[in-house]
Design a protein around this ligand. Structure first.
Ligand code: AMP
Length: 289
């Protein structure tokens, strides 16, 4: 496996591989790799000739009171994971390489951000779209892999690809979970032992909502209230939001008759955890974007 830290070198590598007709798969991450990331990398490996993984903790997507400084980092571990998974190139640019001076132009996301995490994390998705625009230009992948754990991110990236005509196919990958249902996340290390015991309730609450849809409940408000009270009564976490919206447009629905997302964010003392289920109108899991 090659480790590349310079943009120029990365572009030269890609150009050479493209001239050989190789198909490029790309998995952008912020590192501290876990089995969720591993699933993305494995899927990319299966579908492509060359797999590129990037690790870059992007300051643009963190708000002033968020956890940029204490975001978990472990480069040595991540290098070992990528080697084990036969990644071809691990792209590890530093901040100076990605942002040598303040951006003259950045991407502003107009839609799909006035709900869920977009509402509570102002500017977050503009930061994500800006760094991905840069990374897509640097890596020029044929396919890029994103986890449905961040379903709003998938919806925004789909818009970015479509509206700016990137010749890239987005491949959404289902959320990988711990045995007790908790979605794997780099931020789970922030949970206290007690909070870790409570955290699986988040997914159980979403499953309860999904069951209501399967059983024929069509009113989003009734489902949202049930999910909220399940989380509040069984955890010490503070709900940031529970929302049921159309997917991928993320608009309010009066009655459930299309693909929807049921999503939540819950604050524990040091970690804000998110999770969601994207489902068809009959409650079956939807994997389309
Ligand atoms: P991050 O490093 O948190 O920015 O995540 C990098 C990519 O991994 C994103 O596309 C995430 O959606 C994806 N990802 C994170 N956690 C999981 C998970 N538990 N299952 C599947 N994909 C995940």
């Amino acid at each position: 496996m090659e480790i590349i830290r310079s943009i120029k070198q990365m572009q030269q590598y890609i150009l050479a591989e493209k001239q050989k007709g190789k198909k490029i798969g790309f998995v952008p991450t912020m590192g501290f790799l876990h089995e969720g990331h591993e699933k993305l990398i494995r899927t990319a490996r299966e579908d492509n000739d060359i797999t590129i993984t990037s690790i870059f903790v992007n300051p643009l997507q963190f708000g002033p009171n968020e956890d940029f400084d204490r975001y978990p980092r472990d480069e040595e571990h991540d290098v070992q994971v990528c080697k084990r998974l036969n990644v071809d190139v691990l792209f590890l640019p530093d901040n100076n390489e990605m942002y040598p001076k303040p951006q003259v132009i950045s991407i502003h996301v107009d839609k799909r951000t006035d709900a869920l995490c977009g509402r509570s994390r102002e500017g977050h998705f503009s930061g994500v779209a800006t760094v991905l625009t840069k990374l897509f230009h640097i890596v020029s992948p044929d396919q890029a892999y994103f986890g449905m754990k961040d379903a709003q991110q998938v919806a925004v990236v789909e818009g970015l690809i479509h509206d700016f005509n990137f010749p890239i196919t987005i491949v959404p990958v289902q959320t990988i979970r711990e045995e007790d249902g908790l979605a794997k996340s780099s931020r789970n290390v922030y949970l206290s032992a007690h909070e870790r015991e409570e955290a699986p309730i988040i997914f159980k609450a979403l499953q309860l909502g999904q069951k209501m849809v399967i059983d024929g409940e069509k009113n989003p408000d009734i489902i949202v209230r049930e999910v909220e009270s399940f989380i509040t009564s069984k955890t010490s976490g503070k709900i940031d939001y529970v929302e049921l919206l159309s997917y991928p447009d993320l608009t309010a629905v009066e009655t459930i008759n299309e693909t929807i997302i049921l999503a939540t964010a819950v604050h524990f003392k040091k970690a804000r955890l998110i999770d969601n289920i994207v489902m068809n109108a009959d409650g079956s899991i939807s994997v389309q974007i």
